[in-house]
Design a protein around this ligand. Structure first.
Ligand SMILES: [Fe+2]
Length: 387
């Protein structure tokens, strides 16, 4: 969650009588986290926000199912080869790797959402590999483009409006225990510290547009890994104003300020977001380590408490080969991992990397779905053998 914002009309204090010029009341909706102890926002509706009748759930993406467990191995999935793509974001997401904390998926939507969606299971974090569009929510319109992270707090009513003709490819991370900015990047009053790898100015907030009726009355709610349909009595985008610290935001990965050391720094210096059971890191173009004898290639390691996932966006990833745009690698705990043969040996003297990738270290074992298995590079584990 970021700093407090205020948009549109709000009364001078919460929970006061607040009326339209016509004399009709506006209705509060308090969106609270951590019960009533965490971050919150308060929205003011023209209509009662709690009027929705159950109806058929005609939309929803496939929730993850565990495929039979393969041998413990380093694995590589080519997301851009996933079949069955297309449709609205609400329908076309494919789960690939998951555990009790996170669900990693991939989506290549071709149409805007025809219904509003509330994910009541998870904060959503997307990384836009390709595509342009708008995330429309109660809080306003938030435009996104290639290279953006998009964070949608749990419970946010929204839909995606895609830019016509824009090819879309998104990594999706459902964070079932929430996701946010690491506490150690903040000072005691909540500001991002001056040595954080980004500043408040790097985050884009929704532009408030005021009451809007798109004539859409269908709402889909995901709760407990199931989808439920509702018919709304009126447009849910009837908000005249809101304030608070819970709202969707975008962060361009290019704004991440990388750290470089005299000798190689470990992945936590690239931490961008923190979730329950996971950290999400950004590997961005940067100079490499500058000790005269530094080996700037990541060293082999056994991080015995975490599974490592890397999603490759662009550039040459110095330590790996056979991977490219849209590659998703999974290196499980229990077996060491490290650079491909030749990478470690040939790295000394390199001064710069143009790699662009999203990395997760997750604390519980990840399981692959059948869909992931269908786009697996079966030679990947063996590719680490020195010939
Ligand atoms: Fe690693």
């Amino acid at each position: 969650m970021l700093d407090r914002l205020c948009a549109g009309q709000v009364p001078p204090k919460p929970h006061l009588v607040f009326r339209a010029p016509s004399g009709e009341p506006y209705y509060e909706e308090c969106v609270t986290r951590g019960g009533f102890d965490g971050a919150f926002s308060i929205l003011y509706h023209q209509h009662r926000p709690h009027e929705a009748e159950p109806g058929p759930a005609e939309h929803g993406f496939r929730v993850p199912h565990r495929a039979p467990t393969p041998p413990l191995a380093r694995r590589h999935f080519r997301c851009l080869e996933l079949g069955g793509a297309g449709g609205a974001p609400l329908d076309c997401r494919t789960a690939l790797l998951f555990n009790e904390h996170v669900v990693l998926g991939f989506a290549r939507p071709t149409a805007s959402d025809p219904a509003y969606f509330v994910n009541a299971d998870a904060d959503e974090l997307f990384f836009v590999l390709r595509g342009t569009g708008t995330l429309r929510s109660l809080f306003g319109d938030l435009e996104f483009q290639q290279g953006d992270y998009l964070c949608i707090p749990k419970g946010t009513l929204h839909r995606f409006v895609l830019e016509a003709g824009s090819e879309q490819a998104w990594l999706s991370i459902e964070c079932l225990g929430g996701v946010g900015i690491p506490a150690h990047y903040r000072n005691p009053v909540g500001q991002l510290k001056m040595d954080a790898p980004y500043s408040h100015r790097d985050f884009r907030r929704p532009s408030f547009v005021g009451p809007l009726d798109e004539k859409i009355r269908e709402l889909v709610v995901k709760r407990g890994q199931a989808f439920f349909g509702f018919q709304l009595a009126h447009t849910p985008l009837d908000v005249v104003g809101w304030d608070g610290a819970v709202y969707p935001f975008a962060f361009p990965i290019s704004a991440f300020q990388p750290r470089v050391g005299q000798i190689h720094l470990p992945p936590p210096v690239h931490t961008t977001f923190e979730a329950r059971g996971a950290v999400i890191c950004s590997f961005v173009p940067r100079p490499l380590d500058f000790h005269a004898s530094a080996n700037p290639c990541p060293y082999p390691h056994s991080s015995v408490d975490v599974d490592e996932v890397l999603f490759y966006a662009n550039g040459a990833f110095s330590s790996r080969r056979g991977i490219g745009e849209g590659s998703l690698s999974h290196h499980p705990a229990g077996i060491p991992h490290g650079p491909h043969p030749g990478a470690y040996e040939n790295a000394p003297g390199q001064t710069h990397t143009d790699e662009l990738a999203v990395m997760l270290d997750v604390s519980a074992p990840l399981f692959a779905t059948a869909e992931a298995n269908g786009v697996e590079d079966a030679q990947y584990h063996a590719s680490f053998r020195a010939k």
